[in-house]
Design a binder for this molecule. Structure first.
Ligand code: SDX
Length: 431
């Protein structure tokens, strides 16, 4: 990283100045290191949505929002989507390099042999009402892992950090399937070690004791690809949450549980569930124009869910891949979902409309994914749980990277105070 250039800042109101280093990474915009700004000038910076703020250095994922580029450890998402699989991508995110055959087999063996929940954790689900949202159950169950695995939680110990990563990636599908099974009153299914990662998950989701499950291999391939596309995405809201919680020294299970709750919001990972509900509400292509008008109306809080992105001001490369997948997967599964036509019409109408064009609002990763999840038989309320399973690999890779970075400090932003000036306490009789 070249740190040669300086940005000179002069505050004319106080005649105080600051010389701030310009830091560049491998790719992307240079950053002004403002670490000494407050000391030099007595000023903070103000960027409430962090739209112009880099919170950390990271070697994991790179996004160019203008060009619609997404790289995991330098590999273009399009190549990984075509040639890799989710477990190999998880290894890549964690270790920085693609595994050779021995490394992959070793990683897969470790994951396969850590897929079971502690038996006592099954009782946990009994405490939920049957209609609890699966994301509520998932967040609680993952946070509780620190109550079952408190023997190796030394966040400073690389072996403990690695074990936590293995356990989280391995157990997330088991816990997620248990959330679904509990919500429909089916018995929890144990993971089968003779199956590969995604097929094992689909069996835990849909296999019933009364008859063998016949799975279309298209389903596992489609879900594996969706997991690759959702595995990581730089410093998004949930990953930044994981890093902030992790910066306090909190254990990995608590940090990932915080990421799950951040992902749940409809402005973030919860959008995939919101998109399906919105498409169902729109119902037919004839209602698309009305929906676009509502999305443009400043007096209406209605937004096109699955549209827009803080970083992508071009097509989200993941959305392009998922849109192509939709046609292929639905055709191979023999599913005809009228909502796909509604989604296509909505995209076509929005991309021709000045409001969306001027604001560079394109479909994002959440716009088409729900149509595929639905075709796989996954219920709408489980869509964000799918996102969480995949993003666990990215979250824990960032959590480990942060702990491996020398000099990492607790995250503690400042503020602009807009409250009352100092004043004296007044007795009740005088209020
Ligand atoms: C994910 O950060 C990541 O990387 C996230 C993610 C990941 O992999 O981790 O990519 C996953 O979270 C994708 C985003 C899923 N969310 C949605 O689809 C919800 C709908 N989209 C929006 O709410 C919005 O676009 C956000 C939250 C995604 C981005 O919000 P920003 O960057 O704060 O943008 P903004 O709200 O300031 O909007 C800019 C303008 C505004 O209009 P003006 O005030 O300029 O007139 O665009 C408008 C907004 O009103 N706008 C929309 C819109 N999104 C933005 N108008 C209608 N419909 C929309 N969807």
């Amino acid at each position: 990283m070249s740190d040669s250039k300086i940005v000179k800042l002069l505050d004319e109101s106080s005649n105080r100045s600051s010389e701030l280093p310009l830091i560049s990474g491998t790719l992307g915009p240079a950053c002004i290191d403002i670490g000494t700004l407050y000391k030099d000038t007595g000023h903070f910076t103000y960027d409430p949505g962090y739209g112009s703020t880099a919170s950390t250095k990271s070697a994991i994922t790179y996004i160019d929002g203008d060009q619609g580029v997404l790289l995991y450890r330098g590999y273009p998402i399009e190549q990984l989507a075509e040639k890799s699989n989710f477990l190999e991508v998880s290894y890549l995110l964690l270790n920085g390099e693609l595994p050779n055959k021995t490394q992959f087999e070793g990683f897969e063996h470790e994951i396969t042999h850590h897929t079971m929940m502690h038996e006592a954790q099954k009782n946990f689900f009994q405490g939920f009402h049957h209609d609890a949202h699966p994301m509520a159950m998932l967040a609680a169950a993952v946070a509780s892992l620190s109550a079952f695995y408190h023997d190796d939680l030394d966040v400073e110990n690389p072996a403990d950090r690695k074990m936590a990563a293995i356990r989280l990636i391995a157990k997330m599908p088991t816990i997620a399937a248990a959330c679904f099974r509990y919500s429909i009153g089916w018995p929890v299914r144990y993971p089968r070690n003779n199956l590969e990662y995604v097929t094992r998950f689909l069996h835990m989701m849909f296999e019933v004791p009364s008859e063998p499950l016949t799975l279309n291999p298209v389903a596992a391939k489609a879900l594996d690809l969706l997991f690759i596309l959702h595995a990581d995405h730089e410093q998004n809201a949930s990953t930044s949450t994981v890093r902030l919680v992790g910066s306090t020294g909190a254990n990995p299970y608590a940090s990932i549980a915080a990421g799950i709750t951040a992902l749940w919001g409809p402005a973030h990972g919860g959008a995939n569930e919101a998109v399906l509900k919105q498409l169902e509400e729109i119902g037919t292509p004839d209602n698309v124009e009305k929906a676009v008008l509502r999305a443009k109306d400043k007096n209406d809080s209605f937004r096109l869910m699955g549209f827009g992105h803080r970083v992508y001001k071009n097509f989200d490369p993941r959305a392009k891949i998922i849109r192509e997948m939709c046609h292929k997967v639905l055709a191979e599964l023999g599913v005809n979902d009228p909502l796909l036509e509604v989604a296509m019409k909505l995209e076509e109408a929005a991309l021709k409309d000045d409001y969306f064009v001027e604001r560079k609002l394109y479909p994002n990763v959440d716009f088409y994914s729900g149509i595929i999840y639905k075709a796989l038989g996954i219920p709408t309320e489980m869509f964000t749980v799918m996102f969480a399973i995949a993003r666990t690999s990215g979250w824990i890779a960032h959590w480990i990277e942060q702990h491996e970075t020398p000099g990492s400090r607790i995250g503690r932003p400042r503020q602009i105070y807009t409250g009352a000036d100092v004043r004296d306490y007044t007795p009740t009789a005088k209020r």
